[in-house]
Design a protein around this ligand. Structure first.
Ligand code: ADP
Ligand code: MG
Length: 729
């Protein structure tokens, strides 16, 4: 058995680098060549069709059938010229990742002959067999009809000879079965609410987009070693493995040069990403060995989400060319850092203003403060929901576990802005401000420095931090579809901005001057949401206590965190903004419970199999060897000498018996527990029991397996070890 491991190692060490050449040394020469973007639309569409598509993108208007036919025809011409053989509606179901249904560009004509064909109907709508996608009970399987419908705001692209058309995925009855549909609705809501508020400051603002810049962390593991670890293959993480004697203590991996084979992989990834119009900007090593990060220039939120899920897909494919497996899991290895997906978020107007960027004059600074404080207030109102939006099986190992970020949602804004909000708040006591006080306050607002991008003022421990001209939501998991967190955040901000407008208008109607009214409301909000602001160390125990006093929720349990989706305030938020009906929201929660249960079930089974088929037999084989050795010693040594010399070995034999015995009984217990829990019919209850009663076995069993790994002769151990997985490149 040991051979497998060494063969895998040998294979991994003998990899030949695979070089990949960019079509040109200038990225701008080939950026987006595989995307049916504006320029190509202009070339391939009639002026009329082009105008309609642009209007649909900008205003969300519908495209009628006649125009759709024209668009389809132009799109097909372009796609076929660029070696596409088929087309697919590309969507983001409630499972992880993306899905697509491929169809060839063919049809029978009226004579029954095969012709190349792609009509407006095929572009606009498709009916995939949806029965195997989770729907949380919305769609009965015998009525397994779901529709995908074109999202013109995200351009079609060609990947692997397929014209991929970004679509939403809805049930026969029109309910959303995907992540894109509610995201588009939340983005629409925040657009409208923000435009209304911007009217106080600038009448030219007619559109506000949410911007998203994600930072994707991941691990690379040699393919041969990966394949020799069934736990990695089947669950995405290692269910066992003793810490490598060297891991990240020296932090020497961070900012070190990137190893050659990894560099080759990243080069190819970036070239392919550029062809797909994904503007990758940075790449670097992360803290843990074999951990890396890439980040694009930020984009409009819906497009940025599509680009993230597309890139994750691309990573997996390209990794294979370089004989790597890419791990998107939040915690593939114990003892070393996990992976996140920081989501940088802001709002930008059609007039080119970043609403979270301090302005040049008092007016634009008041606008900045308005959006800053409203965002803080939105997070304060819906902290629970934001916590729920980042909850997942994988992220359980990060949030509230021994690692950043914590499960308590709080907002960090830095010392300067904190001082400023404190000044604002002080004025509340006085019933009416004197003209002097008003002037002073305004002067203070003017004093907000235009550039707050001071890196020294960064708090790396905060789950939601203001970083100069944007907020950074750091609690999102590396494997998550960022749409899920963005739905919650944008909806929360939209609702808050609507509230703000109401409150300000109320004062204006009472005769208060506009600026004064805005000041008063911001002040009120700043005080009301003060508790969510925290500038200290979010990892400390003092913060846990302090947060408890402030009434902030600290829910490390994933299943319980999902409950925050079902509170009245969450339901009201989604339904009120038309982001999701209560039924849709409920259905999603069912899918979450079900996914949770299934994932832990799989982890438990895989661990059970691995320990019984690999670990215990290996340990016993080594123990037999030791016993043979000890019996031999007994024959050649005197009793006294034997006692002196064989003591350590006998101790080892005993330890192996103890660990294997413990493992066997724990595995049996785990199986029995699962049998009981599986009988529970209530899905929430079942998931909750999995999270408490079954989950703990995983760590418990692992502890003894990892002890055995230390004892057993390396030659015998069948599974690649941490030092091999983490340090082979
Ligand atoms: P770092 O956090 O490493 O200092 P940056 O501040 O440049 O790096 O940005 C990190 C990420 O934030 C990048 O993906 C970047 O595109 C994104 N970002 C920058 N500005 C915005 C913005 N206004 N809205 C959304 N994302 C942004
Ligand atoms: Mg970051």
């Amino acid at each position: 058995m040991a051979i497998i491991r060494f063969k895998a190692l040998e294979e991994s060490l003998n990899r030949v680098p695979v070089k990949y050449k960019a079509p040109s040394s200038l990225i701008s020469d080939y950026f987006g060549i595989n995307v049916f973007d504006r320029k190509k639309m202009q070339k391939y569409l009639s002026a009329e069709a082009f105008a309609h598509v642009m209007e649909a993108i900008e205003k969300g208007t519908r495209i009628d059938r006649k125009i759709a036919d024209q668009v389809a025809s132009g799109m097909k011409t372009w796609a076929v010229e660029n070696s596409a053989l088929r087309y697919a509606h590309w969507f983001q179901p409630l499972t992880e990742g993306t899905a697509e249904k491929h169809d060839a560009f063919i049809d029978f004509d009226t004579n029954g002959d095969i012709i190349e064909s792609f009509s407006g109907k095929m572009l606009v709508q498709q009916e995939p067999d949806a029965s195997s996608f989770p729907s949380g009970g919305i769609r009965n399987t015998f009525e397994a009809r779901g529709y995908t419908a074109w999202d013109p705001s995200s351009p079609a692209f060609i990947m692997e000879n397929t014209l991929s058309i970004p679509t939403i995925f809805v049930s026969y009855t029109g309910e959303a079965l995907d992540n894109k549909t509610p995201l588009l609705k939340a983005l629409h809501a925040v657009d409208k609410a923000a435009v209304d508020v911007c009217q106080y400051f600038d009448k030219d603002v007619s559109k506000v987009i949410a911007t998203l810049g994600w930072e994707q962390e991941y691990f690379l593991v040699d393919e041969a070693l990966y394949n020799a670890r069934p736990d990695l293959v089947l669950t995405g993480r290692t269910l066992m493995g003793h810490a490598s004697s060297k891991d990240q203590q020296l932090e020497d991996h961070y900012f070190n040069s990137i190893p050659e084979r990894v560099d080759d992989f990243i080069n190819e990834l970036e070239i392919e990403a550029y062809k797909l119009g994904i503007p990758i900007k940075t790449r670097h090593n992360e803290v843990a060995p074999n951990q890396f990060e890439c980040a694009p220039i930020y984009e409009e939120c819906n497009l940025a989400v599509d680009h993230n899920v597309l890139l994750m897909d691309l990573m997996k494919r390209i990794a294979r060319h370089h004989r790597f497996a890419v791990l998107h899991h939040e915690k593939p290895f114990n003892h070393v850092n996990g992976s996140g997906k920081h989501c940088n978020w802001s709002l930008a107007t059609n007039t080119g203003v970043n609403l979270l960027s301090p302005g040049k004059n008092p007016k634009s600074n008041l606008q900045f403060l308005t959006f800053l404080v409203n965002t803080i207030k939105a997070v304060h109102n819906h902290a629970d929901l934001l916590r729920a939006s980042v909850a997942s099986v994988g992220n359980t190992h990060r949030l509230g576990a021994n690692e950043a970020p914590p499960a308590i949602i709080s907002v960090f804004i830095g010392a300067q802005l904190t001082r400023m909000l404190e000044q604002l708040e002080k004025k509340v006591g006085s019933k009416k401000m004197s003209p002097d006080e008003k002037t002073e306050l305004k002067l203070n607002v003017i004093k907000v420095p235009q550039i707050l991008l001071d890196n020294t003022d960064r708090n790396r421990t905060s789950p939601f931090a203001f970083t100069g001209n944007k907020f950074e939501f750091r609690a999102v998991g590396s494997s998550a579809n960022p749409a899920i967190a963005m739905i919650a955040l944008n909806a929360a901000v939209a609702e808050q901005l609507i509230e703000f407008k109401k409150d300000v208008d109320k004062l204006i109607n009472k005769g208060v001057k506009k600026d004064e009214a805005i000041f008063q409301v911001i002040r009120k909000y700043s005080i009301e949401s003060k508790d969510i602001r925290f500038e200290g160390n979010n990892y400390s125990d003092e913060w846990k206590e302090e947060a408890l006093k402030r009434g902030l929720k600290n829910e490390p349990n994933t299943v319980k965190a999902y409950d925050f989706y079902l509170t009245d305030s969450a339901k009201k938020l989604f339904a009120g903004l038309d982001v999701m009906t209560e039924r849709e929201n409920d259905a999603r929660t069912h899918v979450r419970w079900d996914t949770y249960t299934k994932k832990i079930q799989i982890e438990a089974r895989v661990l059970g199999d691995l320990v019984m088929n690999h670990v215990v037999p290996t340990a016993l084989r080594y123990q037999t060897e030791l016993i043979r050795n000890v019996t031999g010693m007994k024959e050649i040594f005197s009793d006294k000498e034997f006692k002196e010399l064989a003591g350590g070995r006998i101790e080892l034999i005993r330890e192996i018996s103890e660990h294997t015995g413990y493992i066997k009984s724990k595995v049996n217990e785990m199986v029995e527990t699962r049998k009981v829990v599986n009988k529970i019919t209530d899905e929430r209850e079942k998931a909750l029991e999995y999270s408490t009663k079954v989950f703990c076995f995983l760590e418990d069993i692992r502890y003894h397996v990892d002890k055995l790994e230390l004892i057993v002769d390396d030659e015998f151990w069948t599974l690649p070890k941490y030092r091999e997985l983490l340090f082979t490149r």
